[in-house]
Design a protein around this ligand. Structure first.
Ligand SMILES: [Zn+2]
Length: 276
């Protein structure tokens, strides 16, 4: 995990064991966004930030209820935890789950570091449920907005003073994105990207990968628009899904040439195609 100072008040922890995390230092308290998979790493990040800013953590915000973003939440068990109400069932499922050996083996194939993180993992439910939008902080510096798209509970966090948007998995940088959930909504996804583009944020902090700018976000939005339009055209021809997967629109995206096309990406395309 490497820590990057994005502004005087915002530190970005880029993580390869599950999602990235962010710390926002308000005048009297620290806010954290997403946890990654590993409780020890999350605890280390929290402690480093409490030392750096010389103030205590008060709140953890979750961008959505996917396991790679919340499994390390035990590092923040004494804080207020904010999540989107529409994801309640998904959060409950993860909080209740007992990690069997079979499950660990399975998850370890999808998530680097899962096995090492499972031992100390203890997820629980958010303490504050949000329906659509709230502002947080003494001076209302933080806006939490339920936008949907990647999952129905996908939410963004805006840090208003510095023009920073934290996107969760609506931005997955330099990788083939995952959009294969039953509640993924690509139209909503594109709308969220468009809204952020219009607001012209200074910095975009993604759920996975490095910090980027609005120019990069635009390439992601264009990819999703073209990919959706092409998939709709292919659907009209009623091609078998194996043929669909070979179309170049799915190969030439916004990611670098050496990015690895994993089965989860093809699963996403199949899901989108079958559900159109
Ligand atoms: Zn996700």
């Amino acid at each position: 995990m490497s820590y990057e100072e994005i502004s005087k008040s915002v530190v970005f922890a880029q993580n390869d064991w599950g999602s990235n995390s962010v710390c926002i230092a308000l005048e009297k308290e620290l806010y954290f966004i997403d946890t990654g998979l590993n409780t020890s790493r999350a605890t280390k990040f929290r402690k480093a930030m409490e030392t750096k800013f010389n103030r205590k953590a008060s709140t953890l915000i979750l961008t959505h209820g996917h396991v790679d973003h919340i499994l390390a939440m035990n590092a923040y068990s004494d804080l207020e935890v904010v999540g989107a109400e529409i994801g309640k069932k998904r959060f409950e499922r993860i909080a209740k789950v007992e990690l069997t050996e079979e499950m660990i083996e399975n998850m370890d194939k999808f998530f680097v570091g899962f096995r090492e993180s499972a031992k100390e993992a203890k997820a629980f439910l958010p303490t504050k449920w949000v329906k659509d939008k709230i502002t947080l902080g003494d001076n209302q510096e933080i806006i939490f907005n339920v936008v949907g798209g990647h999952s129905s509970c996908s939410s963004s966090i805006e840090y208003v003073p510095d023009g920073i948007i934290i996107t969760g998995d609506l931005m997955q940088v330099d990788v083939y994105p995952y959009f294969g959930e039953p509640d993924t909504d690509v139209e909503k996804w594109i709308n969220a990207l468009k809204t952020w583009e219009e607001k012209d944020y200074k910095v975009v902090l993604p759920g996975h990968g490095k910090a980027v700018d609005i120019k990069y976000l635009r390439t992601v939005r264009i990819f999703f628009e073209q990919m959706l339009a092409t998939t709709k055209e292919l659907k009209k021809k009623d091609l078998p899904v194996e043929e669909v997967l070979k179309h170049p629109i799915y190969t030439d995206g916004y990611w670098p040439e050496d990015a690895i096309r994993k089965p989860a990406y093809d699963f996403s395309i199949k899901n989108l195609y079958n559900n159109l």
